[in-house]
Ligand binder design. Structure first.
Ligand SMILES: *Cc1c(COP(=O)(O)O)cnc(C)c1O
Length: 393
C-alpha cells in the first residue's frame, strides 16, 4: 500500500511474514534457537550483516512483531521487549549509565523504580536527585555536570500527578540529557512522549497493554543509538520477553485503542459522579477540571486513562471496610484490566510504613485507587457506591 497507515491500523495489521500454511493469525514461535543452512549465513547473522534470528534471547518473530507494533504506536525508531516492566526500566538505566553519572528522577515513581534509583544505582556509583513534580526550579537546580538522564512517569502512581512533557522535553534538550519516560499509565494511545522530545519510552506491558491480567511484559522504545546499547546489554544479561507473552501482547495491541477509549470514558464519568458522594472527601483524575495539572493533562493527553483515585472520609478504617464491602470490583495488586480493581494502599501494600512515611510518598489514610474496567458503567458505579455507604458504618 502506498498510503502510510495510521498507527492504530498498524497495531492491527503489522504481522510476521506468513508461513507456507497461509495462516491468518500469527503462529506462536516456541523455539529457543533458529537453524542455518550454511556456515556463511550463520556467520553473517552473528556479524550483524543480516536480520536472521539466531537465538530467542536476542530476537524471536513473536517478540519482533510486538516491538514493531509498539514502535508504530509510539512513533519510535526501534525497541527491545523484556520479561517485565521492571526489567525494561532497569535495563534502560544500567545499559546507559556508568559509575560517576547522575540521574534526575521525579519524586513519585513506581515503588520498585524508586528502589532501583535510591538503593541499587548508588551501589554502582550512580547518584540520583529526586525532584517534586511541577517544581521547575527544583529540576533546574538538580542539574549537575555529570547528569546524564532524566527519568519520569506521568501520570504518576497513585497520586495521578501530571508532568508537563513539553517543558521537560525542552529542559532535557537544553542540558543535553537523555529523557526516559515511563508511559505505562497513559499508553501510546493517549500520550506520545516522543512527540515532546523523549529519547526513550519504557512500559510495563503487564498493565493496559495486556489489559486482561494474563501476562507480564515490558518494552523500551526510542532513539536507535540508545536502544542499540540497551539491546546489547539485554542480549548479554538476558531479560528477554518470552515468545508466548509476546504473542499474547501483540494480539492485545489490536484492541488497545478501543479499550483505552472505553476505560477512559468509564473512569471520567464515575470520577465525576463520585465527586458529590457524601462519603468522599475528594476525587482526583487528570481530566477533572479541579485536578491541579488539568490544563497540562488536556494539552498532552488524548483522554485521562483508566485510573482515578479518591479519599474516603473516615481514613484507614473506612478504607479497610470499603475493600471488604466490594462485591464486583477485584481487590488485587494490579491495574489495567477489563475487570475493575480497587486498592487501598494504606491498609495493604503500604501498611508497614508509618503515617508519616506514607504521606511522604503521597499516600493519605483514606486513599482508594480505582482501575476502571470495561464492565457496564452503572455496575461499577453502584458497587463503589454501596461499598462507600458500608464504609461509613
Ligand atoms: C506496574 C508498573 C511497573 C512495573 O512493571 P512490571 O511489569 O510489574 O514489572 C512500572 N511502572 C509503572 C508505572 C507500573 O504501574
Amino acid at each position: 500500500m502506498s498510503k502510510k497507515l495510521d498507527p492504530v491500523t498498524q497495531a492491527i495489521r503489522i504481522q510476521s511474514p506468513q508461513t507456507s500454511q497461509h495462516e491468518h493469525s500469527t503462529p506462536l514461535y516456541l523455539t529457543s534457537s533458529f537453524t542455518f543452512d550454511e556456515a556463511e549465513t550463520m556467520r553473517a547473522a552473528f556479524a550483524d550483516e543480516s536480520q536472521d534470528n539466531i537465538y530467542s534471547r536476542f530476537s524471536n518473530p513473536n517478540v519482533d512483531e510486538f516491538i514493531a507494533k509498539m514502535c508504530a504506536l509510539e512513533r519510535a525508531e526501534t525497541g527491545f521487549a523484556t520479561s517485565t516492566g521492571m526489567s525494561a526500566i532497569f535495563s534502560s538505566m544500567f545499559a546507559l549509565l556508568k559509575q560517576g553519572d547522575h540521574l534526575i528522577c521525579c519524586s513519585s515513581v513506581f515503588g520498585s523504580t524508586f528502589t532501583i534509583v535510591t538503593k541499587y544505582l548508588p551501589k554502582y556509583g550512580i547518584t540520583a536527585t529526586l525532584v517534586p513534580v511541577g517544581d521547575n526550579a527544583a529540576w533546574e537546580a538538580a542539574v549537575q555536570p555529570n547528569t546524564k538522564m532524566v527519568y519520569l512517569e506521568t501520570p504518576t502512581n497513585p497520586q495521578l500527578e501530571v508532568i508537563d512533557l513539553e517543558w521537560v522535553g525542552r529542559f532535557s534538550k537544553k542540558h543535553n540529557l537523555i529523557l526516559n519516560v515511563d508511559n505505562c499509565f497513559a499508553t501510546p494511545l493517549l500520550q506520545r512522549p516522543i512527540d515532546f522530545g523523549a529519547d526513550l519510552v519504557v512500559h510495563s506491558a503487564t498493565k493496559w497493554i495486556d489489559g486482561q491480567g494474563r501476562v507480564l511484559g515490558g518494552i523500551i522504545v526510542g532513539r536507535k543509538d540508545l536502544v542499540k546499547d540497551i539491546y546489547l546489554f539485554c542480549r548479554n544479561t538476558g531479560p528477554a520477553m518470552s515468545p508466548f507473552n509476546a504473542w499474547i501482547l501483540s494480539k492485545s495491541l489490536e484492541t488497545l485503542d478501543v479499550r483505552m477509549q472505553r476505560h477512559s470514558e468509564n473512569a471520567l464519568q464515575i470520577a465525576e459522579k463520585l465527586q458529590s458522594n457524601p462519603h468522599v472527601a475528594w476525587v482526583k483524575y487528570p481530566l477533572l477540571p479541579n485536578h491541579p495539572q488539568y490544563e497540562i493533562a488536556r494539552k498532552q493527553m488524548k483522554s485521562g486513562g483508566g485510573v482515578f483515585c479518591l479519599e474516603i472520609k473516615g481514613g484507614l478504617e473506612a478504607g479497610r471496610k470499603f475493600l471488604d464491602a466490594l462485591e464486583l470490583l477485584s481487590v488485587t495488586a494490579n491495574l489495567g484490566d477489563t475487570r475493575s480493581i480497587a486498592s487501598h494502599p494504606a491498609s495493604t501494600t503500604h501498611s508497614r510504613l508509618t503515617d508519616e512515611q506514607r504521606l511522604s510518598v503521597g499516600i493519605t489514610p483514606g486513599l482508594i485507587r480505582i482501575s476502571t474496567g470495561l464492565e457496564k458503567l452503572e455496575d461499577i458505579l453502584s458497587d463503589i457506591e454501596q461499598a462507600l455507604e458500608k464504609s461509613a458504618n
